[in-house]
Design a protein around this ligand. Structure first.
Ligand SMILES: [Zn+2]
Length: 276
């Protein structure tokens, strides 16, 4: 599932196509994308809107319009965006929506599993919507101490607390497992139980794996690809995610897979020990 680096890579790819353009035609083929709203009504609302900016917050893409409204796109499991010159998009049974722009481009939203969402927000709704759901951006001004304050007093497993978008925004299963490996922290550590040194190490690891993910243009698993169809290479950098049974890059011990809060979790039982 696309996480912060993948969504940011999509944003960087699609922003130059969308920014400054007006939507001439909007087709929403899949009612699930905009439910509970009528896809034809949403499509009609989009027509005539001019895009002022394409931003990202956590795993959300935000398409801002000069009317003050915003289209909030969440890619969930398998959503992605493609663009091509008008009429040049390849036929694709998984296309759920197409926007035709006045600059001669078509932008298609593709989603195999169909969990992705498009939400139109009225002026003034975006800020409250996002602040209810998302903690701070981990690559912003977040300090190790602030991360500590957000974890303080929480009995939940560290992995679950980091997957909670209200702790910090943008992490999912891949980058949490990677960050825990880099900081040598067991995924079942109590979230509120880290000392300052461990917090610093976790903070550094979270930023490091996200930056690496951005550099590598995300990881390509299943259906994720950047808007120009390119694939990321972060999967070549994985130290924990998906490597169960393989040797740890740090100590050589075999990595173990367990389930934490319903999510498959891979870690090194030797260098990410659970303190007694
Ligand atoms: Zn190890």
């Amino acid at each position: 599932m696309p996480e912060l680096p993948e969504v940011e890579t999509v944003r960087r790819g699609i922003a130059p196509v969308l920014e400054g353009a007006s939507i001439e035609r909007a087709l929403i083929h899949d009612p699930r994308l905009v439910r509970p709203f009528d896809p034809e009504i949403v499509a009609r609302e989009l027509v005539g809107e001019r895009v002022t900016a394409v931003q990202r917050r956590g795993k959300y893409l935000i398409v801002r319009f000069d009317s003050g409204r915003a289209l909030l796109i969440h890619l969930r499991m398998t959503g992605s965006l493609r663009h091509a010159r008008r009429g040049a998009l390849a036929a694709d049974p998984h296309t759920r929506a197409v926007l035709s722009l006045d600059n001669g481009s078509d932008v298609a939203y593709r989603d195999v599993r169909r969990f992705g969402t498009w939400e139109m927000l009225e002026p003034g709704e975006l800020g409250p919507y996002l602040s209810r759901r998302l903690g701070p951006e981990p690559l912003g001004r977040l300090s190790a101490k602030q991360l500590g304050l957000r974890l303080a007093g929480r009995r939940a497993p560290l992995k679950s607390a980091l997957l909670d978008q209200r702790t910090i925004a943008g992490l999912g299963n891949i980058y949490v497992d990677e960050a825990l490996w880099h900081s040598s922290l067991h995924p079942l550590r109590e979230a509120g139980g880290l000392d300052l040194e461990e917090l610093r190490s976790l903070h550094r690891a979270v930023r490091r794996v996200l930056r690496l993910g951005l550099e590598r243009q995300g990881s390509t698993l299943r259906d994720y690809a950047a808007p120009d169809g390119a694939y990321g290479t972060m999967q070549d950098e994985f130290r924990a995610y998906g490597r169960d049974g393989q040797p740890c890059h740090r100590c050589g011990h075999g990595l173990t897979r367990t389930v934490v809060g319903g999510r498959g979790t891979t870690f090194c039982p030797s260098c990410q020990p659970l303190p007694r």
